[in-house]
Write a protein that binds this ligand. Structure first.
Ligand SMILES: C[S@@+](CC[C@H](N)C(=O)[O-])C[C@H]1O[C@@H](n2cnc3c(N)ncnc32)[C@H](O)[C@@H]1O
Length: 228
């Protein structure tokens, strides 16, 4: 069985048909709101006009669509999973390229901003992917990462969120996708670095003015920076 982080998109090929439905149910509908926050942050943080944006790990294309809704003229989606890309192609006519974040199939300084939503956890080499995002993003352009995270602390919301992720999500995943694919999610989130640590990794990749914005009590985190 392909590992979740094998970088080939094989795991996502298997769940592509159920991915959108799973996302809605698992995030209790919050995924859309989080993607919108990502797109607005890109427009707000970019120190240059945002005309062409890379949506890395575009999957079924929801971020690309959200960017268009926010008025971005051109969006290019990149993802290694052909089946996820096929679902995206059924939703929009934007350019889609099969590729991985570690070796982006784009020229240096070719986009005004780059985003990756719920994808940085899945790449094999995070540092290299962040450097690639910096390489393709023109100076002053925003590089933004949206990722699921673990709400910290012992409060009621944090405990409920942890219970949802460790107990409810794997059950929902099995019920909807009829496979064990979503059993990986709690461990994968737990293994992801703490927000401050990931922000430091963005700085080490040469990105500037890194900010961390917790969303919905820290159930997701938005990281925004600028390409130098
Ligand atoms: C959880 S989905 C996120 C999809 C989409 N961005 C969204 O907001 O729903 C993760 C995506 O990462 C892609 N992926 C896996 N390995 C990758 C890599 N090395 N480089 C880029 N994308 C990768 C998968 O194929 C999958 O479509």
């Amino acid at each position: 069985m392909a590992s979740w982080a094998d970088g080939s998109g094989a795991m996502f090929d298997r769940i592509a048909a159920h991915y959108d439905q799973l996302n809605r149910v698992i995030s209790l509908g919050l995924d859309r709101r989080w993607r919108r926050a990502l797109c607005r942050a890109v427009l707000e943080v970019s120190a240059r006009p945002v005309q062409r944006v890379l949506d890395l790990a575009t999957g079924t294309g929801d971020v690309a669509l959200a960017l268009r809704e926010e008025g971005v003229g051109q969006v290019v989606g990149v993802d290694p999973s052909v089946k996820m890309l096929r679902v995206a192609a059924g939703k929009h006519a934007l350019p889609l390229v099969c590729g991985v974040g570690e070796q982006l199939p784009l020229a240096s300084d070719s986009v005004d901003a780059s985003v990756i939503a719920f994808g940085i956890r899945n790449v094999r080499d995070r540092a290299r992917t962040l450097s690639e995002l910096r390489r393709v993003t023109r100076p002053g352009g925003a590089v933004a990462v949206l990722e699921l995270s673990q709400p910290a602390g012992g409060g009621l919301v944090a405990r409920a969120a942890r219970l949802h992720m460790t107990r409810v999500v794997p059950l929902l995943g099995r019920a909807i996708s009829r496979g064990a694919a979503y059993a990986y999610l709690p461990q994968s989130i737990a293994r992801f670095p703490a927000p401050e640590e990931f922000a430091a990794a963005m700085g080490e990749a040469g990105l500037q003015a890194v900010q961390v914005r917790p969303l919905t009590f820290g159930a997701a985190s938005l990281f925004v920076a600028r390409s130098p």
